[in-house]
Ligand binder design. Structure first.
Ligand SMILES: [Zn+2]
Length: 89
């Protein structure tokens, strides 16, 4: 007995312009040196203190700034921390 495979014409797997655009944006906005929530959290104290002191925290720790821009939970944590520090000072 031979198994006969159905001889179906294969559709070429092409990407639409929207998909390509999406793909390109994903590549462009993803940094290889991006940090995760853990690293961000470790720097968060320093970042918040510098921000309150009017220093350029974003310049000193751009990766934290970068992470806060794209991570909602960490940004909330950061804002809560800022509030706490403001109350204390
Ligand atoms: Zn995060």
């Amino acid at each position: 007995m031979r198994t006969v495979l159905p001889n179906r014409p294969q559709k070429p797997a092409t990407l639409g312009p929207q998909q390509v655009k999406h793909l390109v944006r994903a590549i462009v906005t993803t940094r290889p040196d991006e940090i995760g929530c853990d690293e961000c959290f470790e720097e968060l104290d320093r970042f918040a203190e510098m921000t309150l002191a009017g220093k350029s925290a974003a310049e000193a720790t751009p990766l934290v700034e970068d992470h806060l821009e794209r991570c909602g939970p960490c940004r909330e944590e950061f804002e809560a921390l800022l509030d706490a520090l403001r109350v204390m000072s």
